[in-house]
Design a binder for this molecule. Sequence first.
Ligand code: DX5
Ligand code: ZN
Length: 215
Amino acid sequence: MIQIAPSILSADFANLGPSVAKVCQAGADLIHVDVMDGHFVQNLTFGPMIVKAIKPYSTVPLDVHLMMTNPQDLLNDFIEAGADQITLHAEVEYDIISLLKKIKEHGIKAGLSLRPRTPASIIENYLPYLDLVLVMTVEPGFGGQEFLITQLPKIAQLRNMIDPAKTLIQVDGGINDKSAPLCIENGATTLIAGSYIFGSTDWAQAIRSLRGDNG
Ligand code: DX5
Ligand code: ZN
């Protein structure tokens, strides 16, 4: 079963709680929260206070994607705020295994995200700790960019490296009704989509079309 995770990066920030509730009703399986620190990526978005504020509006798990140079500084705050899944980036320099362990000690799912230039092989050392791998299919930092078709072989490679019963494969960036089937064919299990869902007039239909259900 394919999971659909709307990214609130493209939601109406002045109306965030009700937008989260509405997209859950429209069929979201997860709510994806893009945390950007203005350093790991240029953009600045949400902190733990926003995660805490939207938590009561969500009927599905909160999937928090930390695009941060120093995720260790705020990890406890994101855990306390109600994150249900936390994904770190593989490219920054800190003790990733200790952070993954810490996330899992709290009963939270742990993930590792790969920028487009980062090879699939990087996950080998971390596999025992990973509930999910997130393949960036755009350069992280902004919504509304074009899907990088060059990432499809990486998705297929990851599918061959992991146990699908244990570790999910997320794709994030440029996901729409054209790129979604390509990702699924290559092994993606979770599709993260911001502008495609929140930019459509019928969110439920947009979510169904990503699942490949146009009925
Ligand atoms: C980009 C973020 C994505 C973003 C995707 O750095 O990680 O989650 O919201 O946006 P779309 O679906 O518009 O490409
Ligand atoms: Zn994301």
